[in-house]
Design a protein around this ligand. Structure first.
Ligand code: OOG
Ligand code: NI
Length: 465
């Protein structure tokens, strides 16, 4: 009775909402950030009617208020592959591969998200999911101990795994099951103020890398931040200290621009939270752990392979002009470098389109009549078709590393050799990750095909790209 199944987009929207409600309870500063972002967004739209009009043409205006991404870190291949199965119930697929090891973080990651523009419009909820790489830790004794501790935990409730299996065999969940699934899945992402290890073990894990302690010493992969989307991150960054939130020194990603590209992010530092550690004979000891933080982001147009190569090149250049990673000491100089270097990146949608640097969606303008041409560029020039930026739905490895670092403490930088291993990651995941560029290309192509069809009906001739 497939007609009684709830659409996975709906399950994802419920889950995103439930996560947000839970995180508000867990981290009250998150609520402060939501408030701040809502105000900045309202002000930005009032001041920039052209931006508001663009967002309403693309439909993004409707998803803006609910748009969130979260992040988790899991410890074993089995946890990662079960996570994939659970996210699939909510219509979320693994997209992209991120290697964080060059930045001294012993994880590699993917982003679980919806992939079709209609599904993204229904709920753009995404989760940046990292897998701990114990193999990068050179202390064999500690490596084994960590593996042993991880092997003994189950991060999912029996019920959520049963409902997931049910989804897989039936092809869907009915409403009661879907609602129960959301409530059960939520448990995996909760914060536990009780550690599963002793204070001594925690210190040993922490001594190797703070992130290892964060993954290994707890019952589950607590959601470590939930990020709303702002339309003006510079304004939001300036507003944070005014509300008693201490922002990270540097906004990650590209500099401010008229036509935003990719993703800009800033965060507030992780909170130090009390934790009860396990002890012999049931005598526990109290300590603390810092894991959970806040983040906001501004999203811009997705870049093609060519655009991304230019972005990476200019970012490298800006970073090479300061020594080491951007930090509090060199923030102003770094931001200036970034502005200077990115002068080479066209800041105009028509140029970005013309040069094939970014992805767009095509829309009919509503102009009537018979277009005497089938050429896309001519149709744009003649006012039959217009294009709008296709928003970037993914993450940036250098930015992610900066966010990790700022929360692990700038001092805690380890050195790992460049160690990308998408093959090992996909083996652990139990599936290949999707190529994000192919997804943007598909969306762009679908929008063009829709225009072609409509114009063809209008003129009786197909439109060539
Ligand atoms: C993930 C950090 C990366 C982002 O938005 O790039 C991230 C983590 O700390 O687990 O969230
Ligand atoms: Ni994030």
């Amino acid at each position: 009775m497939s007609q009684s199944f709830v659409n996975p987009d709906q399950i994802r929207a419920w889950f995103s909402r439930a996560m947000s409600d839970m995180y508000k309870q867990e981290v009250p500063l998150y609520d402060t950030l939501l408030d701040l972002v809502a105000q900045v967004n309202a002000k930005t739209m009032a001041e920039q009617p052209e931006l508001a009009a663009q967002l309403s043409r693309t439909g993004e205006i409707e998803r803006l208020d609910i748009e969130r991404h979260g992040a988790i870190r899991v410890g074993t291949p089995e946890e990662l592959s079960n996570m994939r199965r659970v996210f699939a119930v909510m219509g979320m697929q693994p997209v992209g591969y991120y290697d964080l090891s060059p930045a001294g973080v012993p994880v590699h990651s993917t982003a679980f998200r919806a992939t079709h523009e209609a599904a993204l419009q229904a709920s753009p909820f995404r989760v940046f999911t990292s897998l701990l790489r114990l193999e990068l830790i050179d202390d064999a004794g500690l490596r084994e101990k960590a593996a042993r501790i991880l092997a003994a935990r189950q991060i999912f409730t029996d019920r959520v795994l049963a409902l997931t299996a049910c989804f897989e065999t039936q092809g869907g969940l009915n409403e009661a099951d879907a609602r129960e699934f959301v409530a059960e899945a939520l448990h995996t992402f909760r914060w536990h103020s009780e550690s599963t290890v002793s204070l001594d073990d925690y210190r040993e894990l922490h001594g190797q890398h703070r992130l290892i302690a964060d993954v290994v010493a707890f019952k589950g992969p607590h959601i470590n931040h939930l990020t709303p989307r702002t339309l003006d991150i510079d304004e939001a960054q300036a507003e944070m200290p005014r509300r008693g939130v201490s922002a990270k020194a540097v906004i990650e990603g590209p500099p401010p621009r008229k036509c935003p590209i990719l993703l800009r992010q800033t965060s507030f530092k992780a909170l130090e939270e009390p934790v009860r550690f396990a002890g012999a004979d049931g005598v526990s000891s109290v300590g603390s752990h810092t894991a959970r933080f806040g983040e906001i982001e501004q999203r811009g147009v997705a870049l093609t392979r060519k655009g991304r190569a230019l972005y990476d090149q200019l970012l490298d250049l800006a970073r090479s002009r300061i020594s080491g990673a951007p930090n509090e000491g060199n923030a102003a100089a770094y931001m200036q470098n970034l502005q200077d270097c990115f002068a080479a990146f066209p800041d105009d949608y028509a140029q970005l389109h013309e040069q094939g640097l970014a992805y767009f969606r095509y829309f009919l303008t509503g102009k009537q009549g018979e277009p005497g041409t089938a050429d896309l560029h001519a149709l744009i020039a003649q006012g039959y078709i217009q294009f709008e930026p296709l928003v970037y739905e993914d993450f940036l490895p250098v930015s992610a590393a900066g966010i990790f670092q700022s929360n692990l403490g700038d001092k805690a930088q380890a050195e790992y050799a460049q160690n990308a291993s998408q093959v090992a990651f996909e083996q652990a995941l139990g599936a290949p990750v999707k190529d994000e560029l192919a997804l943007y290309e598909d969306t762009q192509a679908r929008s063009l095909a829709a225009c072609q069809q409509a114009l063809g009906a209008q003129a009786g001739s197909p439109v060539a790209a």
